[in-house]
Design a protein around this ligand. Structure first.
Ligand code: SF4
Ligand code: F3S
Length: 111
């Protein structure tokens, strides 16, 4: 199993999660982060750190789509290990539904 980043991270990207990961397996897109499922050791420490409650174990139902997204971009986007400023209007986007349509495939800057 692995943990995955899910929809509510989109356009929020608080990045608290990256600081606690013991194996540095977070990767940064323009407006979203992913976990590389091949590198995640399932420790679970990142899950409670996310202010947007966007991190989930893939054992929860209906996460196949998010596992695919995490696996795909975890191979492409740059690694991020240090917290940075959340997105400008993160507080407004936190909790909004149907955010998948806004997911950018562009890479972020990484560390
Ligand atoms: Fe990193 Fe652990 Fe979170 Fe996996 S569950 S992404 S290893 S902190
Ligand atoms: Fe995203 Fe939450 Fe990390 S919003 S960047 S998964 S702290």
């Amino acid at each position: 199993m692995t943990y995955v980043v899910t929809e509510n991270c989109i356009k929020c990207k608080f990045t608290d999660c990256v600081e606690v990961c013991p194996v540095d397996c977070f990767y940064e897109g323009e407006n979203f982060l992913v976990i590389n499922p091949d590198e995640c050791i399932d420790c679970g420490v990142c899950e409670p750190e996310c202010p947007a409650d966007a991190i989930r174990p893939d054992t929860e139902p209906d996460l196949e789509k998010w596992l695919e997204i995490n696996a795909k971009f975890g191979e492409i986007w740059p690694n991020i290990t240090m917290k940075k400023e959340q997105m400008g209007d993160a507080e407004d986007w936190d909790g909004k539904t149907s955010k998948l349509q806004y997911l950018s495939e562009e890479p972020g800057e990484g560390d």
